[in-house]
Design a protein around this ligand. Structure first.
Ligand code: 1GP
Length: 252
């Protein structure tokens, strides 16, 4: 496991080595502290690389307790994937410092970052500036409703490519293509390929991935880190099969 403050370096190293990574998204609204032990045991056995914790709308109040429970039971790094500054807690290892570059809502591009900057800096977390791109997943997702921002049309690869390129040139260290949690249609493979060919930074892909086959296809198309949440909440055995699929691309 990479030491705290080296998670980004680890992602870059893995990308350079042609290795793919797998992250399980834990939504605090759907996972109780009591469920953590079973999940972390499964994740350890399945060689999950990261936990992402957060969501566009977290209404429960046990986010910190949940992260502490994960940290107590595994060394797998915990990366915050916050929908709002209220989800920033030093209990995690790193923070995806998201700027919603596919939208035109100034609050999510920079506004909330300004307001929360002192808290974020004081947290001691590894801060990973991330260009967050929400792609139309065929159904209105929480992220598209909460963000007041139109998702990127799923058939407009050129907009996705230009957005990701601009994000990288602005200095963002990761690009995250997300069809939104529970998306009907995951991010198209052709979009993943087009974007990955034009950027050097690691590419995260998530939203609506429900099968090992899809995870594998996405990795072959150029995704470096696959994120799965919903499907695992419904069937915990997918942790193992999706992890194997992702890591098999690394070996081939
Ligand atoms: C959502 O990319 C994540 O932000 C994961 O989506 O819950 O649909 O797997 P799912």
């Amino acid at each position: 496991m990479p030491p705290r403050h080296l998670i980004y370096e680890e992602l870059v190293r893995r990308k350079a080595a042609g290795l793919k990574s797998f992250a399980v998204l834990v939504d605090p609204d759907k996972t109780s502290v009591d469920q953590v032990a079973a999940l972390t045991e499964k994740a350890e056995k399945s060689k999950v690389d990261f936990f992402l914790v957060g969501g566009s709308l977290v209404v429960s109040t046990h986010l910190e307790a949940l992260i502490e429970a994960i940290k107590r039971s595994t060394n797998i790094p915990v990366v915050l994937f916050p929908g709002s500054p209220s989800q920033v807690t030093p209990a995690a290892d790193a923070l995806l410092y998201l700027s919603l570059i596919s939208g035109r809502n100034p609050e999510l591009l920079i506004g909330q970052h300004v307001i929360s900057a002192p808290t974020v800096k004081k947290s001691g977390l590894e801060i990973i500036p991330t260009g967050y791109m929400v792609v139309d997943g065929g159904v209105p997702t929480t992220v598209s409703y909460i963000s007041h921002a139109n998702p990127l049309p799923a058939n407009k690869n050129e907009i996705a490519v230009c957005t990701a390129m601009a994000g990288e040139m602005l200095g963002l260290k990761l690009i995250y293509l997300d069809a939104g949690s529970g998306a009907m249609n995951p991010v198209p493979a052709s979009m993943i390929q087009a974007v990955s060919e034009q950027i050097q930074v690691p590419l995260i892909v998530g939203g609506g991935i429900t099968t090992p086959q899809k995870a594998m296809e996405n990795c072959r198309s150029g995704a470096d880190l696959i994120v799965v949440g919903n499907a695992i909440e419904k069937d915990i055995d997918l942790v193992r099969s999706i992890s194997e699929a992702v890591h098999s691309v690394s070996r081939s």
